[in-house]
Design a protein around this ligand. Structure first.
Ligand SMILES: Nc1ncnc2c1ncn2[C@@H]1O[C@H](COP(=O)(O)OP(=O)(O)OP(=O)(O)O)[C@@H](O)[C@H]1O
Length: 620
């Protein structure tokens, strides 16, 4: 052992003395001389190449470092470096100087060495890799092996880098400079989504990331757009986090209403990195009105909030104009609670390639949540949950909230069942006596009398319902209504499947509201009817307190457009006007709830210091 160490030491000394004392010319001559008799070829990869960074050198640091531990001990290096840098999730390894490693590629040994030399004149350390292989493999090394190393190093880096989250505040200022590490634990394993749909999304993402050559071949920019839509709390943000973790892409979260102009938007997009996801949340709230009243950039004098100033054409250009070519591997995600409010131009294939509907909780999504939160896959109470969950509309967020309350499966499921039962009875009572008329009757209540109402009553009284007009009843009631009535089929309007029962109910209640429409084609009339159905659906499923003034105004503006196209939608118009009148009351209810919960919090917090003080020696 001692003898072999001294031999190695002697070799190292001879090697460095040789470099030091033998002039460069003589070294080159000797090298050239020995080369003539050798069947091996040596390729040198220096740190810089033709005056700039050598990407192959950097790729070798990653590639050989990642292989260092995998290589069998006989051909592995004797010395390694190890460290962890901020941008990587894992420890990374490298060859230490004067170390060698043998990599086997398609059965051919590729002998690598890593060397350094200090240039005392320039005070600079030269670093390089040397590759030795049999001359007969020259073509293979050139055409396959070296490109393979570049590709593998990229993959290793992409897989292990820390995912960052960037936001923008002012819109003009650009992205937050460093971004923060995205520590969101959501993955496709833990995301609750109907199995088939989840599988489709994963396959689509896989096809996309492997599609570089395909996109090149068809002359398309390497990007993919996803529209995530569905009610609040159904997992849109969670899906984005799962996508980012799956692809290892950074997230750039863009609040369009904070961006002041199309040029600010351009500036932001030009400063995004490759392999990233651009997220535009609640897209309907940030751009819809702007498009309807193009050119109107005046502040809204009612609430003094300046209107967003990005135009539809600015956004379209950003998504698929020339600007979108300034980056590779980009994913764009729009989210909305109301798909029907988005301009169709934004939704067409090529812009939003996949539309993903995140639905209210189904039994299948519940089971995944139960597995996540309670570690159970079966339970006697599952049947009961299955039955109830079909009857009420609750989001996965609601269900998750219930399941989190305790870790004991039975107690937790009992809590969930109770919650679902309350929801069920609420939705029943919401479709009967308490509605807008109820609000109007109560509109003179002062805050004291409001405070005497319990939370349950508040929730009930804030439901948007119409005691006189059953078009606004709960969705399932609309379904059953549609089932009982004779469908008006003579016009063959075609609307999305989810709107069919709503349309049936509208037509049987109000007759053919599109009969006098100034547009004659069935397609036009059907799209107008779809807008009406979307609004009716929103009103059926949302509480007043959850609707913003912006949303109501946006609906009103659509209804006015439809009225000017001679659709008979006066009944929706009236309803929206009533809701606007009732909104202050709904706000009062919400504020009251907050005050109530603050008070509760205050009571709890007031108690804490007292408990602590009891043990101190301070006189009181
Ligand atoms: N499909 C789901 N799978 C697992 N957890 C979910 C799912 N949906 C919601 N949750 C839970 O509910 C929380 C809120 O969900 P999330 O923010 O993803 O909903 P969202 O649809 O984006 O809501 P919003 O429209 O209000 O922004 C999540 O942090 C997660 O804990």
């Amino acid at each position: 052992m001692g003898a072999s160490l001294s031999v190695l030491a002697s070799i190292a000394i001879i090697r460095s003395s040789f470099n030091e004392f033998v002039p460069q010319e003589l070294r080159s001559y000797l090298w050239e001389f020995s080369r003539r008799f050798s069947s091996e070829l040596t390729v040198v990869v220096k740190e810089s190449h033709e005056g700039s960074t050598n990407h192959l050198f950097n790729a070798l640091v990653t590639y050989l470092g990642s292989n260092a531990f995998c290589t069998s001990s006989a051909s592995g290096p004797r010395r390694l470096t190890v460290g962890k840098n901020e941008s990587m999730k894992i420890l990374t390894y490298g060859l230490d100087r004067n170390s060698e490693i043998v990599d086997v590629f398609h059965g051919v040994p590729m002998k690598w060495g890593y060397y350094t030399d200090f240039n005392s004149t320039l005070h600079y350390e030269l670093r390089w890799y040397e590759l030795r292989f049999h001359k007969r493999y020259t073509d293979m090394v050139k055409n396959k092996y070296l490109p393979y190393i570049l590709e593998m190093a990229k993959r290793i880096k992409d897989q292990n880098r820390v995912v960052k989250f960037f936001t923008t505040r002012g819109g003009r200022d650009g992205w937050s400079s460093k971004g923060i590490n995205l520590d969101h634990p959501m993955t496709f394993e833990t995301l609750a989504m109907d199995g088939d749909l989840k599988q489709k999304v994963v396959e689509d993402l896989n096809t996309f990331i492997r599609g570089k050559e395909y996109y090149k071949k068809i002359g398309k920019v390497w990007k993919r757009g996803y529209l995530l839509y569905g009610p609040p709390g159904t997992g849109k943000s969670s899906l984005i986090a799962a996508m980012a973790n799956f692809l290892n892409f950074d997230i750039y979260n863009l609040n369009l209403s904070a961006v002041n102009s199309d040029s600010s938007l351009e500036h932001l997009l030009l400063h995004m990195s490759n392999r990233s996801i651009l997220v535009l949340e609640d897209i309907d709230c940030s751009i819809m009105l702007q498009n309807r009243q193009a050119g109107d950039h005046q502040p809204d004098h009612n609430n003094q909030i300046p209107r967003p100033q990005v135009t539809l054409s600015g956004l379209l250009n950003a998504i698929d104009g020339l600007l979108s070519c300034c980056g590779d591997e980009r994913v764009i995600v729009f989210t909305t609670n109301y798909k029907d409010r988005i301009d169709p131009a934004l939704l067409r294939a090529g812009r939003m390639d996949m539309h993903i509907y995140l639905s209210y909780c189904t039994f299948s999504t519940f089971k995944q949540l139960a597995a996540n939160y309670l570690d159970i896959w079966e339970h006697d109470l599952f049947n009961c949950v299955d039955k109830l969950i079909k009857e009420v509309q609750v989001s996965p967020a609601d269900v998750a909230g219930e399941l989190m309350k305790t870790k004991d499966p039975t107690t937790s499921l009992k809590g969930l069942i109770k919650f679902l039962e309350i929801k069920k009875s609420e939705s029943k009572s919401a479709s009967s006596p308490l509605g807008l008329e109820g609000h109007e009757n109560n509109s003179e209540l002062d805050s004291n009398s409001l405070s005497q109402m319990d939370e349950h009553q508040l929730q009930k009284s804030c439901k948007i319902t119409d005691s006189g007009d059953n078009t606004f009843q709960d969705k399932k009631d609309v379904k059953s209504h549609a089932a009982q009535s004779t469908p008006l089929k003579e016009k063959e309007y075609t609307v999305k499947e989810e709107f069919e029962p709503i349309l049936e109910a509208i037509l049987s209640k109000h007759g053919d509201i599109a009969a006098n429409c100034s547009f004659h084609s069935l397609q036009c009339r059907s799209s107008f009817l779809e807008i009406v159905c979307g609004i009716v659906q929103t009103l059926q499923t949302t509480e007043i307190k959850d609707l913003s003034e912006f949303q109501i105004k946006s609906m009103l503006s659509s209804i006015r457009d439809l009225e000017s196209a001679q659709l008979d939608v006066g009944w929706v118009h009236q309803r929206l006007e009533k809701i606007i009148q009732a909104m202050p009351l709904a706000e009062q209810c919400a504020t009251l709830k907050e005050v109530k919960s603050d008070n509760m919090q205050g009571i709890v917090e007031d108690r804490k210091p007292k408990a602590c003080n009891a043990g101190t020696l301070m006189p009181n």
